[in-house]
Design a protein around this ligand. Sequence first.
Ligand code: XMP
Length: 511
Amino acid sequence: MEKILILDFGGQYNQLIARRVREQRVYCELHPHSMPLDEIRRFDPIGIFFTGGPHSVYLDDSPKPDPGVFSLGVPILGICYGCQLLAQSLGGLVTAAEDASAREYGKTETAFDPSCALFRDLPEESITWMSHGDYMARVPEGFRLAAHSAACPTAAICDERRRFYGVQFHPEVNHTTFGSEMLHNFLYAVCGAHGDWTMADYRRRSVEELRGRVGGGRVLLALSGGVDSSVLAALLSEAVGRQLTCVFVDHGLLRKNEGDEVEAAFADRELDFRRVDAGARFLGRLRGVTDPEAKRHIIGEEFIRVFEAEARTIGAVDFLAQGTIYPDVIESGFGESAVIKSHHNVGGLPDTVDFKEILEPLRLLFKDEVRQLGRELGLPESLIARQPFPGPGLAIRVIGDVTEEKLSLLREADAIFREEMATAGLDRTASQYFAVLTNLRSVGVMGDGRSYDYAVALRSVQTSDFMTADWSRLPYELLDRVSVRIVNEVKGVNRVLYDITSKPPATVEYE
Ligand code: XMP
C-alpha cells in the first residue's frame, strides 16, 4: 500500500492535512517530527509532508526533523513552518517579518506559476489562506519561486529536480480555493500515487489481519450502538464470526426505538449478540438523584458493573475490542499538536474482565472513514449517520430527577423533532439536535381547561469539533410545526422553547 508520511511540527491544521490526503484516496499517517530516520525508512513513504507549527525556524530550540530526511530521495511538501524549515535547512534564509505589511493572515490573493507541478492546470491567480509572521528572505540554491502575493514574494518555492516543494499558505484549509487540487497534484503528479486507499480494500485487509491475529481466540466487545462500536462489531463479526461476543448494555436511556434498531442491525450477522436490558437497574440507582455529575457518575459505574457481570457469564476471553479511532490516537497526545480531550465516555476499561490483549482495528481511521467502512459492511444508514449521543443518554437530557414517565415524554418529543428535521432535509446539515425535558412546569390553556405541564427545550447546533458550537438558525416554519406537534401529541407538555445559546458560554448538553 502506498503511504504518505506527515511529520508533525505542532500546527493547528495537522489533522486536517491527514484527512485531506486520505480524501484523495492515499493512505497517510501523522507522526512526531522527531521520528527517527530508520523508522521513516521502514515506513517507506512515497512522499513526506512537513506541517505548519507555531515556532520560528531560526530559533535554536525550534523543532527539526532528522536531516537525513532530505537525502532519502522522497518528495517533500513543506507547509508554512514546514516550508520555512525546508528553506532554512537547505541553505535559505528565514527571518521575522519586521515590517508588519510582510506578515499575512487570512484570505490572500496569490499568483502562481503553472509550470510548477503543484499548480499545474490551475488558474494563475486564486485565493490562499495565509497565517505567518516569518518569511523566506532568501530561497536555497536549486529552488525557484513558484507563487507570490502582494506582501510576500516567496509564497511558494520548488526544486523540481529533488522534488522538494514549499508553500507559505495552507492548502489543507477550505479557504484556499484550489487547495485540494494542489494536494492532488503533489500526491499524484509528484509522488506518483495511484490512489489505492479505499474502504473496500481496508475491509479486506483488516478482516485478513484480524483472522491472523485472533486465530481461534474469543473476542469481547461492549457495543453502545454508536457509530464506532457498531462498525467495529460488523467488522469483527465478518472476521471471526461466532468467536465474537457483543454485549449491548441497554441502560434504558436510549432514544425512541434505538435499542431495537441496534439489535436489528446485528440480527442476521454471525456473532454472539447479547442485549442486557438493564433499564430498571439504572433507573433504580438514579431515583431521586438530581445533581448532573452524580447522575453521570452513577451511570458510568453501573455500566461497567453490568458489562462485567455479563462478561463473567462468558468466562475468559482472549481479546477485548475497543472502538478507538484516529482522532483519539492523535488527541491522546503523541505529537506536538497534543490537545488533551476531556473524554467523557461511559465505559472505559473494565478492570475485572479477564483478557489478554486489546484489539483496536479502527485506530487508524477518521470518523468519515469509519462511516464509509460501515456502509461497505452493509450497516443501515440509520446507524451510520447517527449523530453523536452522550454515553449517559437521555438521563442528562431530563433535567433533575429521572423517571420512566419523564423519559417517555422526552422520547416522544425528541422523535417528533427528529422526524421534522429529516422531513425538512436538515438532519444532515445540523451537527447535533435533540429535545430536552426541562424541570420547568408552567401554566397553559388547552381547550377550555387550564394545564400545568412541562416545557420542552429544542437544541440544534452547528459545529465542526464540538469544542465550540453555534446554535442553528432553523426556519421558523419548522420550529412552528415541531412546537404544534409536540404540544398536541405529547401529553404532559404545554410549552416548547428553542435554545439560542452558543457554546461557550453554554455547553451542547444541558447537564
Ligand atoms: P458538551 O455538552 O460538553 O458536549 O458541550 C459536547 C459533545 O459531547 C457529547 N457528550 C458526550 N459524549 N459521553 C459521550 O460520549 C458523555 O458523557 C458526553 N457528554 C457530552 C455531546 O452530546 C456533544 O456532542
